[in-house]
Design a binder for this molecule. Structure first.
Ligand SMILES: *Cc1c(COP(=O)(O)O)cnc(C)c1O
Length: 433
């Protein structure tokens, strides 16, 4: 392993005493009260006041009629996609998914939890390339995808790193083709687009309370919808689809996906801090932006006219001509130092050695071995056959692979002190010396 402590460029930089996290949970004490109350009153299962309250408070915060508390964002995505599949293609027979034989257009630059539930339902994800303005689904590539596959009726859209995508354009295109939208707002809770909260734009939307998100329940998630019947159905499916009978009676396939009242207690303690967490994350983003302004890099972009991101993760992108030699294989990578240049490989290795945590940009879905046989659509049509060009050291042709190649996520923990962040900024500068 490269030893940065022996590299003269890093002279005088000491390791951080305490690990600096990418994004760790931030609790405030209120969580304890609601968890204790659940235990003292013996409401520790999947029914109780905490669940009722968080469903009500999140629905109010987002201005959406119905929020259904579930065990995770992934569970919420599964039920959202199943609801959409049933509405589009009818209920599936037991042992079958609602999307069998159907393609679904999906964000390409996202966490795999966004797209895996398409496979749970037997559907086939088709990945849509990313645009450079917000690092989210490219409406032009989506248009192209509808030209190629006009029969598709479902679009799954994620807002990466807390930055709203081009929601209006995507909604217009989906409507034109009679398609539904499932919106994955797992990373973007509290972010708004034209003053409206993300998590309210989909026909079905979801948020997550996973430990690293803007607020957490330690785990947990929610399905969000404007339709009461759908909310009731999701609640029923999430509790094993029990019918209203004196015994266990089942007419539909069920899941054990309901939120626990203990988890809900943690969420309940966190809700009042969403806006505080966002302003801390925003300050971190702005400090990076200022601190890195003299380097050949850019911060992850957003549409400043229409959107207010929640700034969940601060990311940076190295200018193409400031990239030092850097190659990635399937599971490993090699980088070299070059004067005046750097690479995500070098910067992340440096950050780690000084006891801070960064992360590569989420590797696009079309580059994942599990989905390599799936279609991938760019503005120019099929993006297959070009996206591994970066391996040979050329710049990538599709946007997602290019951002993956040149970008990285910076330590974005909202408890990070100003001096700590200044030192991270200094380490990045030294990488470019
Ligand atoms: C975290 C995350 C999820 C999954 O949420 P869990 O609560 O961890 O299951 C889904 N999509 C995206 C984009 C995420 O970041």
């Amino acid at each position: 392993m490269y030893d940065f402590s022996k590299d003269p460029r890093f002279k005088g930089i000491e390791k951080f005493d305490r690990k600096v996290w990418l994004s760790s949970p931030t609790t405030h004490g209120d969580e304890q009260k609601w968890v204790d109350e659940a235990i003292q009153t013996n409401w520790v299962s999947t029914v109780g006041q905490n669940i009722n309250e968080v469903e009500k408070q999140i629905a109010e915060y987002l201005s959406i009629p119905y929020a259904v508390g579930l065990s995770s964002g992934t569970a919420a995505l599964h039920l959202a996609i199943r609801l959409a599949g049933e509405r589009l293609y009818g209920a599936a027979k037991v042992g079958h998914g609602t999307l069998e034989g159907h393609k679904v257009f999906c964000s390409d630059m996202t966490f795999d939890a966004t797209v895996n539930p398409v496979a749970y339902e037997g559907g086939e994800a088709v990945f849509i390339d990313t645009e450079e303005d917000t690092w989210n689904m490219d409406p032009k590539a989506l248009e192209k995808a509808f030209e190629i596959y006009p029969e598709v009726r479902l679009v799954i859209l994620a807002h990466l790193y807390g930055t709203p995508g081009k929601i209006d354009d995507i909604r217009r295109i989906a409507d034109k083709h009679g398609a539904l939208i499932v919106e994955d707002a797992a990373e973007s809770l509290g972010a708004t687009y034209k003053g409206i909260q993300t998590g309210t734009f989909g026909d079905y939307s979801i948020i997550s309370f996973n430990g690293n998100k803007i607020i957490t329940g330690s785990s947990g998630g929610m399905l969000l919808t404007k339709n009461r019947t759908d909310a009731d159905k999701a609640r029923k499916w999430s509790t094993q689809s029990r019918e209203d009978a004196p015994w266990y009676q089942h007419e539909e396939l069920g899941y054990n996906y309901r939120m626990s009242n203990i988890i809900a207690g943690v969420v309940r303690g966190q809700i009042n801090y969403i806006d505080e967490h966002i302003s801390q994350k925003k300050a971190i983003y702005e400090r990076y932006k200022k601190g890195l302004a003299d380097l050949p890099v850019k911060m992850n972009p957003f549409d400043g006219e229409n959107s207010n991101p929640n700034f969940w993760l601060s990311c940076m992108l190295i200018d193409s001509d400031a990239m030092s030699s850097f190659v990635r294989g399937e599971m490993d990578q090699l980088w070299q130092t070059e004067p005046g240049k750097s690479s995500p490989g070098e910067i992340l290795a440096a950050i780690i050695q000084f006891n801070a945590e960064g992360r590569p940009i989420w590797k696009p879905m079309h580059m994942q071995p599990i989905y390599r046989s799936h279609a991938f659509i760019t503005r120019n049509g099929s993006g297959r056959g070009i996206s591994n060009a970066y391996i040979s050291g050329q710049s990538a042709v599709d946007i997602g692979a290019d951002i993956f190649r040149r970008g990285l996520c910076l330590p974005s923990d909202n408890k990070m002190r100003r001096e700590t962040q200044d030192k991270v900024i200094e380490i990045i500068h030294r990488c470019f010396e």
